[in-house]
Design a protein around this ligand. Structure first.
Ligand SMILES: [Mn+2]
Length: 457
């Protein structure tokens, strides 16, 4: 991989003008920011754009734009063999056939690694950046944010694989710290009772989703929720207080019949960006990633990009406004999906929200629903939402247990979509597809057949 990274670095070095094309999510924004910052430091002429997916139209346009070099980050694995007309390098981590020897493509799957948890799009982009100049090691912090945005820590409750190398680089450069702590979202910014109220992995029986129960639980444990007039967040608590809460939750889980494996998921590694102010979304890598996601989902990637490139003024303020809106839309979207109803089949379950929610958040909603305890989680969940131009977006989410049994949603979604003239792909645990509207039923039949084959082989 390092040799391939070096090859790609050479291509960058040789080019005077470079156009970056990246994906619209947290991993894509951080990947694009790493590439962009690298080129800026080299004094290269460069530009950047964000795309939802690389379709024929985008490729055709890029061909006509005649860039000296196009740098695809966090996407591009699907086109690696096509489009010889575009002079390109690709740093991606999405599944691709590993039988090819493509010297312009850096992808963990080409080296026998798994891009869903060992390294992200930002991570592979970081390796090229570091190959160009060791001084770019400070960009490891963005690569860690990208990995968290991609939920690469979910499988082992910590980052593993090549991600560890990036983590060590970040530590050496003094930009990232990691430690073991509660894994719930909002350690830096949420009042403690809110952290518990929105807890989803694992769910806390009796507390998740219930504000007053969370407050009562903390009072019973003797935890002071306020300091003077302000809410304390998780990082304000003493070691003892943290331990008291964690064992309190573990006790709840075990008495309600959850196993030790579930209780163990309470605690894991958290990633702290040393240079960011305490108590802000940017201090915790997971919260940073969520901030970026909420710019991306609303077509405002440039806001997230500017925050990644260092803006802490107007752009950050704008990002925070988008985050507020995003939170609101997720709550609404979740309700909308529930109202639409979840239909169960033998090998999958699904919901269809029509135009009710944006196609850019249907995947997050599906994921929230699957982990909410309100759906059975022994079936993958597919969410549909209408796109414009007579197309439908399908987002599929699975669980680790299903992956261990052989489920690969990336392959299933790709195969089924392509049979209907659509496109699909992603990761084994989370994948998406775009298909013609009206073909949903046919799509579900194809998908179910494929999933059945995967789970029984
Ligand atoms: Mn990615």
């Amino acid at each position: 991989m390092l040799k391939r990274a070096k090859n790609l670095a050479d291509s960058v070095n040789r080019s005077k003008e470079i156009h970056i094309v990246t994906h619209i999510d947290a991993d894509g924004i951080t990947a694009g920011a790493i590439a962009s910052q690298t080129l800026k430091r080299m004094g290269k002429q460069h530009s950047i754009e964000f795309v939802k997916q690389l379709d024929k139209m985008v490729l055709e346009r890029l061909k006509n734009e005649n860039h000296e070099l196009v740098w695809f980050t966090d996407l591009g694995s699907s086109i690696s063999v096509n489009s010889p007309e575009i002079n390109k390098i690709i740093t991606d981590h999405h599944a691709c056939p590993d039988d090819s020897d493509l010297n312009f493509h850096l992808n963990p799957h080409l080296f026998g690694l798994d891009g869903s948890f060992q390294i992200s799009g930002a991570g592979v982009t970081y390796f090229v950046s570091k190959s160009i100049d060791q001084k770019n090691m400070d960009l490891a912090s963005l690569a860690i944010v990208g990995a968290c945005g991609d939920l690469q820590d979910r499988k082992h409750c910590r980052l593993v694989g090549v991600n560890r190398q990036i983590l060590e680089d970040g530590e050496k450069a003094g930009v990232v710290q990691y430690k073991t702590d509660i894994r719930y979202f909002g350690r830096e910014t949420r009042p403690i009772y809110k952290l518990l109220q929105y807890a989803s992995d694992p769910l806390i029986p009796g507390l998740s989703g219930r504000e007053s129960a969370c407050i009562a639980f903390l009072q019973e444990l003797g935890i002071k929720m306020k300091d003077g007039g302000t809410w304390r967040n998780w990082t304000h608590l003493s070691k003892d207080e943290r331990r008291t809460i964690i064992s309190g939750i573990a006790r709840l889980l075990l008495t309600k019949g959850f196993d030790h494996k579930m209780a163990k998921r309470l605690v894991g590694e958290v990633y702290i960006l040393d240079e960011e102010k305490e108590g802000t979304e940017l201090r915790d890598a997971k919260e940073f990633a969520t901030l970026l996601n909420s710019t991306a989902r609303y077509g405002q990637c440039d806001v997230g990009l500017n925050v990644c490139l260092g803006d802490r003024g107007a752009w950050l303020k704008k990002a925070r406004t988008l985050l507020q809106g995003h939170r609101h839309n997720l709550v609404e979207g979740l309700q909308f999906a529930k109202d639409a109803g979840i239909e169960k089949r033998e090998y999958l379950q699904f919901f269809h929200t029509g135009t009710g929610i944006r196609d850019t958040i249907v995947g997050i909603v599906a994921n929230m629903l699957l982990n909410s305890g309100e759906t059975s989680n022994d079936l993958p969940l597919i969410g549909f939402a209408d796109k414009d131009k007579g197309e439908v977006k399908a987002s599929a989410r699975g669980t680790q247990e299903l992956i261990d049994k052989g489920l690969d949603l990336s392959i299933a979604m790709k195969k089924s979509a392509e049979l209907l003239d659509g496109v699909g792909g992603g990761h084994n645990i989370a994948a998406g597809a775009t298909i013609p509207k009206g073909k949903e039923e046919e799509f579900l039949d194809l998908l179910e057949k494929e999933i059945k084959t995967q789970l029984s082989s």
